[in-house]
Each structure stands twice: as C-alpha cells, then as structure tokens.
Design a protein around this ligand. Sequence first.
Ligand SMILES: [Zn+2]
Length: 82
Amino acid sequence: MVRFLSTINPVRQGGLGMDMQSTAHEKLADLGYANGWGGKAPDIVRACRASKHSCKATDLGRCLTEWRCEICGYKYKVDSSG
Ligand SMILES: [Zn+2]
C-alpha cells in the first residue's frame, strides 16, 4: 500500500531565486568575477569596503578566492591566476 502524503501537505512552492526579500544571508547576490568588473567595483562592494565590513574569504583553490559579505548580502570571486 502506498500512501500519498502529498495530498495532506499544504501546497508549498519553493522560490526560484526571485524573492529578493527572503533571508539575505542565505541567498547572497552573486556578483561574478571581480576580474570582469573592468577595474571598477560595483557600488555595493565599494560601499562595503568603505564601511570596513569583515568580509569572509574562502580559498576555492586554483588561485580562486571567493569573497562574501553577509552584512551586504553579496559574494564574488577573484581569479588571481595570470
Ligand atoms: Zn559589507
């Protein structure tokens, strides 16, 4: 016998990343690679640096570092190779 529990559960649809209001620290805006910014950081990053937030750097290997600020809610990668 198979019970279809889904008939009991209320309809819950997961977001597809469209909801900008939801838990900011979980869904950080991905700013891509800093190398692609053309030397000019996005406003959010400039404001962050000006505020001297303690951003977290994660070593992804292969000269790749991911920076994230959970206060501002963004992350980006830096490719320091070449
Ligand atoms: Zn910040």
